[in-house]
Design a protein around this ligand. Structure first.
Ligand SMILES: Cc1cc2c(cc1C)N(C[C@H](O)[C@H](O)[C@H](O)COP(=O)(O)O)c1[nH]c(=O)[nH]c(=O)c1N2
Length: 210
């Protein structure tokens, strides 16, 4: 039997505290096999009906990467226009992706056609397919941090355009685009909190009893 001791639990807690959404990367390449190793961890994640609906697309092609960056710029400019006044100025100052610098680009999809798992758990909640893929990304996020690798989730993108750039079948639903690389710095506070965009709240604010 495998058991985990107090020292491990303390370290695991530190891992939760020090995991970050990273947007500021060093440009040096990742050691060979890094993304593949993170995908291996992601594939250990829970999934509805053991359906394993996650699909990973490692984006190496320079033209496709450039096209993703252009899409981000378009979507981010649109997002900026939805704010006004002080909030707009604050939004414009945020760094919301590390797409230009990060050596690793990974697009993640949920395969909605897959029959693995025979629909178990999905009849009343088909969205559990996507939830399973999000769970896989979270595993990967923590595994990356444990290795000193940064991961940043970019959602300021047009899913249809990403699908087109990467030539992905319609049945795969776009879940997220991940930047992966060595972080420029470590921090135990979210960047959006440091930028005074939003502050973190305690569990008491999110929990009720019935
Ligand atoms: C589904 C989803 C989508 C996004 C994010 C996260 C998640 C879960 N986050 C990161 C988000 O801003 C970040 O997680 C919070 O600000 C908390 O910071 P830490 O992750 O604790 O560092 C994020 N960050 C960013 O700069 N650009 C983005 O497009 C997104 N999109």
């Amino acid at each position: 039997m495998v058991s985990f001791d107090d020292a491990f639990r303390r370290q695991l807690q530190e891992l939760f505290v020090w995991r970050r959404d990273v947007r500021r990367f060093r440009t040096d390449p990742l050691p060979d096999g890094t993304i593949e190793r993170l995908i291996e961890v992601a594939c250990l994640s829970p999934s509805v009906g053991l359906s394993q609906p996650w699909r990973f697309v490692i984006v190496d092609d320079a033209a496709r990467r450039r096209a993703v960056i252009e899409d981000f710029k378009t979507c981010n400019a649109d997002a900026l226009r939805s704010y006004s006044g002080e909030r707009a100025a604050k939004y414009a100052a945020l760094k919301l992706s590390g797409l230009e610098e990060s050596p690793g680009h990974l697009a993640v999809f949920a395969d909605k056609t897959d029959h693995i798992g025979s629909g178990l758990g999905r009849a009343t909640m088909p969205e559990t397919t996507e939830y399973s893929v999000v769970a896989a990304i979270c595993s990967m996020w923590l595994a990356a941090r444990a290795e000193g690798i940064g991961l940043g989730w970019v959602s300021i993108l047009n899913p249809a355009r990403i699908q087109e750039i990467l030539e992905i079948p319609d049945a795969w639903k776009f879940i997220g685009y991940l930047c992966i690389g060595t972080p420029q710095a470590e921090c135990d506070r979210p960047e959006l909190e440091k930028a005074k965009w939003e502050s973190r709240r305690g569990p008491g604010e999110f929990t009720i009893r019935r």
